[in-house]
Design a protein around this ligand. Sequence first.
Ligand code: NAD
Length: 336
Amino acid sequence: MLNICLIGVGRAGMIHARNFTSHVNGAKLLAICDPSDDNLAAAKQELNVKYVYKDYREALDNKEIDAVVIVTPTIFHKDIAIAAANAKKHILCEKPLAMNVQECDEIIEAANINNIKLQVGFMRRFDESFQEAKNRVDDGEIGEVVMVKSLTHGPSHPKPWMFDIKKSNGPIGEVNSHDLDTVRWFLESEVVSMYAIGGNYRSPEVKDKYPDYYDTVSMNLSFANGKIAAIAGAQYVQYGYDARVEILGTHGNIMIGQQHKQALIVAGKHGKIERPAMNSWTYLFRQAYVNEAQSFVNCVVNNLPILVTGYDGKKAVELVNMGVKSYLSKQIVYLK
Ligand SMILES: NC(=O)c1ccc[n+]([C@@H]2O[C@H](COP(=O)([O-])OP(=O)(O)OC[C@H]3O[C@@H](n4cnc5c(N)ncnc54)[C@H](O)[C@@H]3O)[C@@H](O)[C@H]2O)c1
């Protein structure tokens, strides 16, 4: 039984908490940690955990804990991940792995030195549709993949820490790091150039305080193998959660995703046909989070190679940094 400590019991943290409590085999949620009294109290009331901490350093002293799941705001990932690695705890860290490439290198080095497993939370790689698409691409069903288009639009109002893009990298980091990982995964190559444009269209009230904040972005990427990708991202779209991918091959096309929630269509007497919209990532990727956590536990317990590595996390962060640099400078950014 792998004893888990969840560090950060906010929005995404509680998804992991419920999964490790009820849906993941071979693991037990032993402890939770969060400096927020309100979030900690709510989590404590819902979860039946043995230990509750406000400071992650105290949690890391607990020898009963084998692994941590880091779900704090991204800016804290580096310090917590390095401390966890030094305390010999295996790590499942939410995406983005860190704020920049140097921080990622420090985390990866600490994981290697301490010989612990490090997995990054790109749960889409564990989603049934994404995996089926990948298998069919690998089987050559659409020929050679030449272009991947990936979009993610999120409905919710950004958390206050997200407006300062020095602390969040903005939606390129918070929303589109998933898409950046997806296009790398399907194109099996690394990005050589990127151009990003964007703007703040939905939160005019923060324009004075956070002039660099953007809620909508469009990116064009070219890869070392000559192939191309296009990514769109948006926060606070309000109409629902929207994550779709299109993979164009030399003789075929694969599409992942849909905008509606259930296979339900209502045709009313007013001449309208209605379908319920996908409301949340927590619903769309519900099983993917369980699969991701289960894979982490299996790899740790059986000493198997991790499927979404620190390197994958670092490459996505590198692209996040390129995207933000391009958006701010209004220039194409090249990677050697
Ligand atoms: N995989 C996904 O699809 C997905 C979805 C949402 C969020 N995320 C990622 O999860 C992370 C958290 O995002 P969120 O939306 O849950 O944020 P959130 O603000 O809802 O929750 C963050 C929690 O971390 C706590 N926290 C802050 N500092 C801490 C510390 N030093 N130690 C322990 N806890 C601390 C906060 O009090 C809060 O409870 C971010 O990195 C985000 O990018 C990933």
